[in-house]
Design a protein around this ligand. Structure first.
Ligand code: LCV
Length: 261
């Protein structure tokens, strides 16, 4: 039997998925992502009217992002359509009820996108949000860029992507990136109360509005030439020496030395 890396429960039509792999700081390995996706499917099946995605109480790290050990080093696109995280983001977006991210601790890289893809975000002081592709030398994908663009002003997205530095929850609240900033001691009850309010509303109306907003937020037509240009640019990055250096440095627990080629 595979180890449980997440916990799933449902109470009063409020579903809850708890990331539960502290030894790897809830890194989004293929196994963990598959369990998250299965958890969402389970909650859908059981009629959840809202889902909460959280880490264990008091977690110092909500999730460390992609499992870097699983990123390919053979010239393949590391974050293409088949990247497990892309499936997860699509499942969150397509989940027929709101998904609320309840955040304590650091949120890194792919986990930052995951949180931004959630419908509402409740965070405790001490939570931080970092978009890290530039730290690793990774070319982020187009749909991931759209997740960030739909979650924050482009100037903030640029700051996050170019500096790869964590944004504290207090600032994220001022910037409108998160909905609520709530003391850690109250975050669970607070998130449950929001979930209960949503769960008491008309589920079909909410499901349809969520789908409408998903389609409208993604309505950015792109020409075939534009798409090929973007993919070609990304290839420059994942076929570069710097990409391999970023992975080697991460795994060797040292600072990368990027050359720009
Ligand atoms: C694999 C890990 C990870 C991890 N993968 O604990 O968006 S993109 O493009 O950037 C995308 C590719 C992406 O999401 O990349 C990942 C971005 N994530 C990060 O940059 C954060 C990496 N992690 C950390 O900086 C630290 O682990 C934090 C600050 C989160 C926690 O620090 P702490 O001192 O509490 P350790 O670093 O000791 O981590 C515990 C174990 O988890 C592994 C890490 O290598 C260590 O393994 P060992 O016990 O075998 O040494 N680990 C942490 N993050 N993303 N493995």
């Amino acid at each position: 039997m595979t180890d449980a890396l997440v916990r799933i429960d449902i109470d009063d039509r409020i579903g809850c998925i708890t990331l539960d792999h502290p030894a790897r700081r809830n890194a989004l390995s293929e196994a963990l992502v598959h369990q998250l996706i299965a958890g969402l499917a389970d909650l859908k099946e059981r009629g959840a009217r809202v889902a909460i995605l959280r880490a264990a109480p008091g977690a110092k790290v909500w999730s460390a992002g992609h499992d870097v050990t699983e990123l390919p080093r053979d010239g393949r696109d590391p974050l293409g359509w088949d990247d497990p995280l892309r499936y997860l983001i699509r499942e969150i977006e397509n989940f027929p009820a709101p998904v609320i991210a309840q955040v304590e601790g650091g949120v890194w890289g792919g986990a930052c996108e995951t949180v931004m893809a959630c419908d509402l975000i409740v965070a405790a002081p001490g939570a931080t949000f970092a978009a890290t592709p530039a730290k690793l030398g990774v070319p982020y994908n187009v749909s991931g860029m759209l997740t960030f663009l739909n979650a924050a002003d482009i100037r903030i997205v640029k700051e996050m992507l170019f500096t790869a530095q964590p944004i504290p929850a207090e600032r994220a609240e001022r910037l409108g990136i998160i909905n609520y900033l709530v003391p850690a001691a109250e975050i669970e009850a607070y998130t449950r109360a929001i979930a209960a309010t949503i769960a008491a509303n008309a589920p079909l109306s909410i499901a349809v509005m969520k789908e409408q907003l998903r389609i409208l937020a993604g309505a950015h037509p792109m020409s075939p030439q534009g798409f090929e240009r973007v993919q070609g640019l990304r290839r420059l990055v994942y076929e570069s020496e710097d990409y391999l250096e970023g992975l080697r440095a991460f795994l060797g627990k040292r600072k990368p030395e990027f050359q720009g080629r």
